[in-house]
Write a protein that binds this ligand. Structure first.
Ligand code: SF4
Ligand code: SF4
Length: 434
């Protein structure tokens, strides 16, 4: 983090805010077939895209309101590559320090063709000229054919593997984005009759995944928690405006299953922390585990609708997030962020990592400056949380705060080496709250 970034972060925290984030869905057009997503190419709803002019207005307003992070998402953002590049440049020129985008990987098809390397040089070179900070590439399974079948994108794993050294040469270190789904574990059918077995299937699934992305040459990995929201039955009152969710069994986990797989992920991460930069904070997983078991320490309220917003491709309106579709905030430039802070609500209704992870991690610094006594009491009454948060912070520092334009510094990550890692034995006895 540069001194300017630290200064801006501190300024936000003093105002009882955390650094703002906008997720802009530049389009809902997609060319993939992911069964876990309502935007797959086989869905027949009318597709949209936000015009360049409109996105420029949103970026200008974001800069003026002090928003620090913009993620350009889709659909598949790289289907609009020229627009995307221009918007990244524009956001950089407007002074937005954290700019991110991602791809389903279709750009890496055709790795057997003679022009493949030249194509990769071209894309990496153009991205390198911008101030893009993070590029994510979605991967759903440790078995290449399974991933490619799910996405309907044959040959992409080979292409990604060939492209990574080229991107690295241009100073771009993409992150593998693991979307949690049932194909990550060995085949399990039906309900969880044996929680311990379910846990172990996911533990070995996560291990296989981390090992595969290390072997492919990735230096960073993130994780998307499973999103399955059935608006017709939702007890939470959620209705997705961002269709990156589906009710397919592949991502539809019971409360108990979520608990077991988060625990499996929580226990697997330390094993790989020195080998690849793992963005997923264990503090956040602990908070989700506690939420699912009804623990006395509740998770931090999500900053969706306070500091974080989603802009949809159809109306180009702002929403508290992609899933509170009943709360249309209208055009983002017209939003009064001070009013939103005053009237903010405590929401933990979904597990969307883009908003939940940073909300959890930034909770302690926010309390430190605004409610120091609350933080002291929390850390005294909850030493496990305190220790975990401090460890996450040390790890984030060792990983240069996941700056995707920097090579990993293996020496700084070495102290986190727990490759022979024995987490506290897990008995499989857990109780999900109703
Ligand atoms: S998950 Fe991404 S790549 Fe897959 S269908 Fe949805 S938008 Fe497209
Ligand atoms: S927890 Fe956050 S992302 Fe999820 S519904 Fe609430 S505000 Fe939206």
């Amino acid at each position: 983090m540069t001194p300017a970034m630290i200064h801006d972060t501190a300024k936000s925290l003093w105002k009882n805010r955390i650094p703002g984030q906008l997720v802009i869905q530049i389009t809902d057009i997609c060319n993939a077939r992911c069964p876990q997503c309502g935007m797959r190419v086989t869905e027949t709803f009318p597709r949209s895209r936000i015009s360049r002019g409109h996105i420029r207005q949103i970026i200008d307003a974001a800069a003026q309101k002090g928003i620090q992070a913009i993620s350009f998402t889709g659909g598949e953002p790289f289907l609009l590559r020229d627009d995307l590049l221009e918007m990244i440049r524009y956001a950089g020129a407007a002074g937005i320090p954290y700019i991110r985008t991602g791809t389903n990987g279709f750009i890496f098809r055709g790795s057997h063709k003679s022009d493949f390397c030249a194509r990769m040089e071209d894309i990496a070179g153009k991205l390198a000229e911008t101030t893009l900070r993070n590029l994510w590439i979605s991967i759903d399974s440790a078995v290449p054919e399974q991933h490619e079948n799910m996405r309907g994108l044959p040959g992409v794993i080979d292409g990604i593997q060939k492209a990574l050294p080229i991107f690295h040469r241009y100073g771009i270190y993409p992150s593998a984005n693991m979307g949690i789904n049932r194909n990550l574990a060995e085949k399990l059918s039906g309900d969880v009759h044996d929680p311990l077995m379910f846990y172990h299937h996911y533990r070995s699934g996560f291990e296989r995944f981390y090992q595969m992305v290390c072997d492919m040459g990735f230096t960073t990995v993130n994780c998307c928690y499973p999103m399955s929201i059935d608006a017709t039955e939702s007890e939470t009152g959620l209705s997705p405006v961002y269709a990156a969710t589906a009710t397919d069994n592949l991502v539809n986990f019971s409360r108990m299953e979520q608990l077991l797989l988060y625990r499996a992920l929580f226990d697997t991460i330390p094993q790989y922390r020195s080998r690849i930069r793992i963005f997923t904070p264990r503090t956040s997983l602990l908070a989700l585990l506690r939420q699912l078991t009804g623990h006395c320490h509740e998770p931090r309220p999500c900053r969706g609708g306070i500091d974080f917003f989603f802009i949809d491709a159809q109306k180009a309106h702002a929403w508290p997030c992609g899933y509170r579709g009943a709360e249309d905030f209208g055009p983002f430039p017209d939003l009064n962020l001070a009013d939103l802070l005053k009237n903010s609500q405590h929401c933990t209704s979904c597990h969307w990592e883009c908003f939940r992870d940073p909300s959890e991690l930034m909770g302690p610094p926010l309390d430190m400056l605004n409610r120091p006594l609350t933080l002291i009491k929390r850390f005294i009454s909850d030493p496990d949380y305190c220790q975990l948060w401090l460890e996450d912070m040390r790890y984030y520092r060792a990983c240069s705060f996941f700056d995707g334009r920097k090579a990993p510094e293996w020496g700084r990550m070495k102290p986190f080496d727990k490759s022979v890692w024995h987490p506290a034995p897990f008995s499989g006895k857990v109780q999900a709250s109703e």
